[in-house]
Design a protein around this ligand. Structure first.
Ligand SMILES: NC(=O)c1ccc[n+]([C@@H]2O[C@H](COP(=O)([O-])OP(=O)(O)OC[C@H]3O[C@@H](n4cnc5c(N)ncnc54)[C@H](O)[C@@H]3O)[C@@H](O)[C@H]2O)c1
Length: 424
């Protein structure tokens, strides 16, 4: 099993080698805005990769990122940012093993495909793609080039989600039948600037009505339900509520005369999608990102013998839970079935973002690069999570009509075995 690398272990592995640098994967970063800088800081703090090249078309963001590398005691990376296609020059560098992509959504698939064609391992931020065609482009390119393409879906690595995965694989919940998941996070601050103008992300809310951010909800669900390795998404319907949240928010901030308060946003406040799988299981996915509310993922997964409810932090397992049809606390189960990835992290290991999940996903990706093995999240799972965006848009536009889900594995889900986060 691939283990996350800690700095110490990594240095030990390199000790005595004639050229220790050979063991240090060399990574190019494309997009050094909010998230790209966060990923860079995690990489630098972990000291598990060299970053000799950074690309961003925003000169200030580029310089800040180069400066962060310099301040961490490394040579300043070469900067690329002459124009929007300058990432191609970065990816042409022969000394890079991998690229991390953290640009606006419309760039992800073409940049990731270009990276694979240049022979690089690709880690791309969420979502990996935003159209059905782009999803296929990533699958085709990964298959043709043999290069892995991993979407950086951090919630797949959350500690309770991985403990639950172990429990499901041991059969504690019985055969899985149904799951609920949500991305409930008021992100108006991220979609719009302080004056209420749409950022690149907010432009999507003006133009389309879809589930724009389905990967944080679906991350753990794919492995819980053996999607692409025993089952697959077959059909989806999506329904959007009306859109009140953004106008309300700007009315309160700027008054009703402000253009942002009356501008028409196509994006409904709550989008509910229902996926039916080939095996006959169901998944409800909620998107809820523009109403005032606390953060929530509302994961709930139900099998023939029991269920887990994240909001209650509880499970009920028939014949095992002490009281008939009463919840019992989840934390003791988490301790008992804790995933070895988390056990391997030293007690008190630093939280480099999202409760340590960013640490895990990045260190596992870099370890895959170092070994030349498969990335922890493969291209099929990456696009299966992402394709909910265009499919939900299509269903909503057709009055919640059922839409067929593409089978990116081309039928191989029937024989593929689970590979994500296997123990032992
Ligand atoms: N996994 C997570 O928890 C998480 C959190 C936040 C954001 N994200 C994702 O990260 C990505 C980036 O989001 P962000 O908040 O950092 O956005 P951002 O706007 O802060 O950063 C994007 C950067 O990309 C640069 N850019 C745009 N076009 C480019 C091009 N053609 N070539 C090079 N650089 C280009 C911009 O100048 C900017 O610096 C998005 O996909 C977002 O969904 C993920």
């Amino acid at each position: 099993m691939v283990k996350p690398i800690a700095r110490r272990e990594f240095l030990a592995a390199s000790a005595g080698a004639a050229a220790p640098d050979r063991f240090l994967p060399r990574v190019g970063l494309v997009g050094s805005g909010g998230r790209g800088t966060g990923l860079l800081r995690t990489l630098l703090a972990l000291d598990i990769a060299a970053v000799p090249a950074i690309c961003d078309i925003n000169a200030q963001n580029l310089e800040q990122a180069r400066d962060a590398v310099r301040k961490a005691g490394h040579p300043a990376p070469e900067g690329y940012g002459r124009h929007e296609q300058d990432y191609e020059r970065l990816m042409a560098r022969e000394d890079l093993d991998a690229v991390l992509i953290a640009t606006p959504w419309e760039w992800h698939a073409r940049m990731a495909a270009h990276g694979m064609r240049a022979g690089k391992y690709v880690a791309v931020e969420v979502p990996a793609a935003i159209t059905v065609e782009e999803c296929w482009q990533l699958v085709d390119t990964s298959e043709q080039t043999g290069m892995p393409c991993m979407m950086l879906e951090n919630w797949s690595f959350l500690r309770p989600n991985l403990a639950l995965l172990n429990m499901i694989r041991l059969g504690l919940l019985g055969e899985i039948v149904h799951c609920h998941c949500a991305h409930s996070h008021n992100c108006i601050y991220w979609y719009f600037d302080k004056e209420g103008n749409p950022r690149w992300s907010g432009e999507h809310l003006l133009r389309r009505n879809a589930d724009p951010y389905p990967t944080h909800s679906l991350g753990p669900v794919l492995s819980w339900m053996d999607i692409n390795c025993g089952d697959c998404f077959a059909q989806l319907t999506s329904t959007a509520s009306r859109s009140l949240g953004i106008n309300n928010d700007f009315r309160k901030k700027f008054g009703s005369k402000h253009p942002a308060a009356s501008r028409r946003y196509r994006q409904g406040d709550i989008v509910t999608s229902v996926v039916k799988t080939a095996r006959g299981n169901t998944i409800v996915i909620n998107n809820d990102m523009q109403l005032p509310r606390p953060y929530d993922n509302r994961w709930m997964i139900q099998g023939a013998e029991g269920l887990y409810d994240e909001a209650r932090n509880a499970v009920y397992i028939a014949g095992r839970s002490p009281e008939y049809e009463k919840w019992e606390p989840f934390p003791p189960y988490q301790d008992k079935y804790d995933h070895s990835w988390w056990k391997a992290l030293a007690v008190g290991s630093p939280d480099f973002g999202h409760g340590g999940t960013d640490y895990l996903e990045l260190s596992l990706f870099i370890e895959a690069v170092r070994r030349g093995g498969p990335a922890p999240i493969d291209v099929y799972d990456s696009v299966t999570m992402s394709v909910i965006i265009p499919l939900s848009e299509q269903s909503i536009a057709q009055g919640s009509a059922p839409v067929a889900c593409p089978d990116f594995t081309r039928g191989r889900w029937k024989t593929r075995k689970p590979s994500f986060a296997l123990e032992g």
